[in-house]
Design a protein around this ligand. Structure first.
Ligand code: CP3
Length: 340
């Protein structure tokens, strides 16, 4: 098996540098479209054979060094008592939005085996099918990111209800964070038990808060999840989008790997993050629209900077765009391998 990714997670400088792409299974791939045209997104997530098939597509097509479970961070919110729909082109809709104690008291915790058996089944199928290929990454949304979707009822620009809850009703905010933390711990432990070989915690919206508010209202919950997961014995990756101002807070988190978004230079990040962490990232996803030579320059620069880290896992600095040319994604993976 190609274990470059796992060796890098363990702190080994690996050559060639391992690479995978956030959202690597998705609409930019014609092979994904072919499966997706037969069914809606949620049904795809809940049908283990199909979810496993699209998980493996980027491994075969691009030659990435890790597979990431095909699912969505919002999946565990459904059994908590939220009706989840994905509107074509409009993103997720969550009903009812959670904005009062009454709303919150209606939510329940989940038992992954009973409530999301399809996720665990997908992982089991994948471990069999990937045996001689690459490791499998499981994932979950971090509690604050999940909270924003629950409270706003979908994607938002202003985070109006989220920030109002944090400032006007801190006890309610804390209670919801506690519940989401408990759900996320059992969800990720179940993924590890089913065979996930690493986990990534996605904190897509953690960066909207100041360092002070992140420290008080987000970090304790992320810490708890990461520490609880230690006993599973698999590497833990924590990714915050737009988290440049939070790097000093990420330094002492109990995670082997910190995912960096595309806004920061790895060399600057390392000065503030210290030398203990493995770093993952961080090419601007729009770089896939550059001509080949310009793309190559940027890949080279990131690899150079990554050499200063304890170990480096190459990735995009956020998810791949649905409009990205698949042949450029393949070229990117090849460039990372060739240049390192
Ligand atoms: O990385 C992978 O390939 C694994 C699969 C994966 C998906 N979503 C599939 C998906 C992962 C890891 C996610 C995480 C996720 N989902 C995040 C965190 C990462 C990030 O991008 O910041 C977030 C915030 C979500 C919530 C979510 N899911 C949104 C906002 C949307 C709609 C956006 C859009 O582009 O339509 C989704 C839908 C979604 N999740 C799709 C895929 C492949 C598109 C669904 C489709 O096929 O129509």
């Amino acid at each position: 098996m190609n274990d470059r990714f796992l060796r890098a997670c363990a702190g080994e400088k690996v050559s060639p540098v391992p690479v995978w792409l956030m959202r690597q299974a998705g609409r930019y791939l014609p092979a994904y479209q072919a499966v997706r045209n037969q069914t809606d997104f949620l049904t795809l997530c809940k049908t283990p054979e199909l979810a496993a098939e699209v998980t493996i597509q980027p491994v075969d097509i691009l030659g990435v060094d890790a597979a990431i479970l095909f699912s969505d961070i919002l999946i565990p919110l459904e059994p908590m008592g939220i009706k989840l729909t994905f509107l074509e082109g409009a993103g997720p809709v969550l009903i009812p939005p959670v904005r009062t104690m009454e709303d919150l008291n209606r939510l329940r915790t989940i038992s992954p085996k009973d409530d999301v058996p399809f996720v665990l089944e997908t992982i089991k199928i994948l471990r069999q099918e990937l045996k001689d290929k690459v490791p499998l990454i499981g994932f979950a949304g971090a509690p604050f990111t999940l909270l924003t979707y629950m409270v706003e009822g979908g994607t938002t620009r202003t985070f109006l209800y989220t920030k109002r809850m944090l400032f006007e009703a801190p006890d309610m905010f804390a209670k919801l964070m506690d519940l989401l933390t408990e759900v996320t711990i059992s969800y990720l432990k179940a993924q590890a038990d089913a065979g996930a070989q690493a986990v990534q915690l996605f904190d897509t919206w953690g960066g909207i808060l100041s360092r002070r508010d992140y420290l008080a209202a987000v970090k304790p919950y992320v810490s708890r999840i990461l520490s609880e997961l230690k006993e599973s014995g698999i590497p833990r990756i924590y990714f915050v989008l737009d988290g440049g101002h939070l790097l000093e807070e990420l330094k002492d988190l109990d995670a082997e790997v910190i995912g960096l978004d595309w806004r920061m230079d790895i060399k600057d990040a390392l000065k503030r993050l210290g030398k203990e962490k493995v770093v993952q990232g961080n090419l601007d996803p729009f770089s896939l629209f550059l001509p080949e030579e310009r793309l190559k320059e940027r890949v080279y620069q990131i690899l150079e900077q990554g050499r200063e880290a304890r170990a480096h896992i190459f990735n995009l600095g956020h998810g791949i765009m649905p409009a990205a040319p698949p042949e450029k994604a393949k070229l990117l993976v090849d460039l990372v391998h060739q240049l390192s």
